[in-house]
Design a protein around this ligand. Structure first.
Ligand code: PLP
Length: 392
């Protein structure tokens, strides 16, 4: 089918809840996607920080094909070998003593599970999160999302348990946290609001406050996790070990899987019957995630993310143009805040066969596959420089 036929069918058969671009991809390979007309695009979006190992990595395709031919789904009524193996790998990679995993299907579900665990473990209900945060679209994760624009029309969400404070503001955080707080939910780097960073001192303060008040620190690593920021987990940059960590996006490399990681002691609060999911941690999803982690380790993609991210930021800093308001980033999670041309640049890049994401108004967000190479990096930098030069 061509694009018009696909659009015509979708306009009748699908909910119209997404503002989709005029594009439909048919296949992907490495950092490239190919549309229905055969045009090639450099993919610096990676399904919004999902395709960590690029598209259709041969080892991953082999691993999931083999697993699909063996066993896809059984149910958590039974023991699942692939889950136990993935749990073991995550325990080895995770910071501190986050040695236990619970598998779910998405980022929102991971945060949902994290908040339920925090409520059960502490016996409290309060959730503190940052303004401009994004934690997902289910009721609890949406409640914790510090952006009114996403909550509008759905309130009240789970009663009056959420409070928000400006990200990075230690004094405001101290005021927001109380002895009713079950969880402080934070992204190590705010992704959806345009790659916003806070200081190590802020995260230290967050950790100390949780310890003093008996609340749990939940780090939402759905976007920052699995090498995205040039460390396995974004929290590592700020020297904090959370009590619970949520993961999704890059973990499955494109196959849906999410997880929460926690300690022996805290995880014990989810006794049988308190939480579960039919699909969570299926043999296929776990085999996919194990293949992703194996490839990331073998190819040192965490190191690649760190090095390429630094090169990209250095290249961007050298541009110096009045359109560039601020450059932010860690590893291959980069935000270019522009004065006004983010959307026009996105349209121009698209024409030139390069996909970038625009979020929070005027921020060009780059979250490419962690496999990004020199050539692809230069392609973007040349495109961006030429575009801005033409605007002088
Ligand atoms: N948490 C963060 C930090 C995210 O960036 C996202 C999605 O963008 C989510 C949670 C929600 O994940 P999902 O869309 O898989 O439910």
């Amino acid at each position: 089918m061509n694009l018009s036929e696909i659009k015509a069918k979708g306009s009748k058969s699908l909910f119209q809840n997404y503002g989709r671009m005029d594009l439909c991809f048919q296949r992907g390979e490495g950092a490239y996607l190919y549309d229905s007309e055969g045009k090639r695009y450099l993919d610096l979006v990676a399904g919004i920080a999902v395709n960590s190992i690029g598209h259709s990595h041969p080892k991953w395709v082999k691993a999931i094909s083999a697993q699909a031919g063996k066993l896809c789904h059984v149910s958590n009524l039974y023991h699942i070998e692939e889950q136990a193996l993935l749990g073991e790998t995550l325990a080895r990679l995770a910071p501190g003593d986050l040695s236990r995993s619970l598998f779910v299907n998405s980022g929102a579900e991971a945060n949902e599970a994290a908040l339920k665990l925090a409520v059960l473990h502490t016996g409290r209900t309060g959730v503190v999160s940052a303004l401009d945060s994004f934690h997902g679209r289910t009721t609890a994760s949406l409640g914790a999302t510090g952006q009114e624009v996403y909550r509008r029309g759905f309130e009240p969400l789970m009663g009056d348990v959420y409070s928000y404070f400006p990200f990075g503001d230690e004094e405001a955080l101290k005021k927001a946290m109380t002895r009713d707080t079950a969880a402080l939910l934070l992204e190590p780097v705010q992704g959806e609001s345009g790659v916003r960073l806070a200081t190590e001192s802020f995260f230290r303060c967050a950790r100390d406050l949780c310890d003093d008040l008996g609340a749990l620190l939940v780090m939402d690593e759905v976007q920052t996790g699995i090498g995205r920021t040039g460390e396995w987990f974004g929290s590592t940059h700020f020297n904090v070990v959370p009590d619970i960590m949520s993961l999704a996006k890059g973990l499955g490399g494109g196959f849906p899987i999410g997880a929460i990681l926690s300690t022996d002691e805290i995880s014990a609060s989810l006794v049988p019957g308190t939480h579960g999911t039919t699909f969570g941690g299926s043999p296929l999803a776990c085999a996919s995630a194990s293949a992703v982690l194996g490839i990331i380790e073998e190819e040192d993609l965490v190191g690649n993310s760190r090095r390429r991210g630094e090169e990209l930021l250095t290249g961007l800093k050298a541009i110096e143009h009045p359109e560039i308001k601020e450059l932010r980033g860690l590893g291959l999670m980069i935000g270019i805040e522009m004065e006004s041309l983010a959307k026009p640049f996105q349209a121009h890049a698209l024409e030139q066969g390069v996909l970038v994401n625009v979020c929070h108004g005027n921020v060009v967000r780059l979250v490419p596959p962690l496999t990004l190479g020199d050539e692809e990096l230069d392609q973007f930098l040349n495109l961006f420089t030429d575009y801005l030069d033409a605007k002088l």
